[in-house]
Ligand binder design. Structure first.
Ligand SMILES: Cc1ncc(COP(=O)(O)O)c(C=O)c1O
Length: 377
């Protein structure tokens, strides 16, 4: 495997072996520099050159749209994944007795916003996991004509299972509902195309595979969906002409930008602009291919070392996450061993979770495998 020419963008490689992008990522050089430059702009000149500042925010949104195959007006900045999911949950025109279908093993960001709808008479139907994995048939069985939403992570945080979004979209749409996607464990690692996915809403924060900071992410809302949503949320920047300060009877915009309610997180947008710019330069297809090569190597080595790999490896199910259990150590013990060796990993739901990004290299994977197998001897 060739050394990645972009590896030098990642100073973290000189400190640690970072295999924990499914948690919180390290920043590329250019992203840290962009945030510093924006902070210095405010330090030295305040909002003197505000058009330049707004240009960064606008370009970041355009790049995010590019990354997911959307148009810029279909993409809003949001505070985090949860905020986007809550906005979706509260905007759908529910009728008493409607239901939302969500898996019991979803990360809580994609559970509480739906449970919160019980106050409005919405039923939350939990799809069971079998041996930790989710099956399309179980989603089908949970849906009926009162299903308004299937809410699903593109990639499951606790197993790395990549979900078949286009198949789930078909199930949701056949029932007359929407597909709402928590994309944080896929976006930035896997090639995204919201049209092929059939997603009506898709949300992700920036701090995992998108290689950006915490607290600034995106919410995509498709043009075909926005008109159905209730504009329950209307802040001063949600309206067509936010600079007409005296005009108070403006409706909410009829695109995703209605969900941007006030001043932007400019430093967060600058970070996303730089990181997503890097990804577009490298090419999402190349990034995905590198990640799959690295996780292939990991999975092969883990199996050779006697570990039980839980992440599914079937066609279309792979992601950047490899989860496993060790033959004679708990997940916490293995993660402690890795941490002591300067290798960042995570313990989730009783499994060890490794999540390399495209800039990791073969040597780092071998080093992690050596630490893991040295304890089973
Ligand atoms: C699937 C999934 N959704 C959401 C989150 C985080 O949500 P937020 O961006 O709101 O912090 C995580 C990780 O921490 C996650 O794994």
């Amino acid at each position: 495997m060739a050394t990645d020419p972009w590896r030098d963008e990642f100073p973290v490689k000189d400190e640690l072996i970072y295999l924990n992008h499914a948690a919180v990522c390290p920043l590329p050089r250019r992203t840290a520099a962009a945030v510093c430059a924006m902070a210095e702009e405010y330090r030295d000149r305040g909002s003197w050159d505000y058009p330049h500042i707004l240009e960064t925010v606008r370009r970041g949104r355009e790049r995010l749209a590019d990354l997911v195959g959307a148009r810029p007006h279909e993409v809003a900045y949001v505070k985090n994944t949860t905020a986007g999911l809550m906005l979706a949950a509260e905007s759908i025109p529910w009728r008493e007795g409607d239901n939302v279908v969500v898996a019991e093993i979803e990360f809580p960001a994609n559970v509480y916003p739906w449970l919160n709808l019980r106050r409005r008479g919405v039923e939350v139907r939990m799809v069971p996991a079998r041996d930790r994995l989710l099956r399309l048939d179980d989603y089908r069985a949970a849906c009926d004509t009162r299903t308004r939403v299937i809410a699903v992570s593109w990639v499951q945080y606790s197993t790395g299972q990549r979900m078949d979004l286009s198949a789930l979209a078909e199930v949701a749409h056949d029932a007359g509902g929407y597909l709402v996607v928590d994309a944080i464990q896929g976006l930035g690692a896997l090639q995204a195309d919201v049209t092929k996915m059939g997603a009506d809403v898709l949300c992700a924060d920036g701090h995992k595979w998108l290689l950006s900071v915490e607290g600034c992410g995106l919410m995509y809302v498709s043009d075909r969906t926005i008109g159905d949503l209730e504009p329950f949320w209307r802040g001063w920047t949600s309206v067509p002409d936010p600079l007409d300060f005296g005009l108070h009877d403006q409706p909410a915009r009829n695109d995703a930008l209605r969900f941007e309610e006030g001043s932007a997180n400019v430093l967060g947008a600058a970070a996303l602009d730089a990181s997503v710019g890097l990804m577009l330069e490298i090419g999402p297809a190349h990034i995905e291919q590198r990640i799959i090569e690295l996780t292939d190597r990991l999975i092969e080595g883990l199996r050779e070392g006697g570990c039980k790999v839980i992440s599914p490896t079937g066609v279309g199910q792979r992601s950047g996450i490899a989860c496993f259990s060790h033959c004679d150590r708990s997940a916490d013990e293995v993660v402690e061993e890795l941490t002591n060796a300067g290798i960042a990993a995570a313990s989730r739901m009783g499994l060890v979770r490794l999540s390399p990004h495209f800039y990791n290299d073969e040597g780092e994977i071998q080093r992690a495998l050596a630490v893991i197998s040295s304890r089973s001897a």
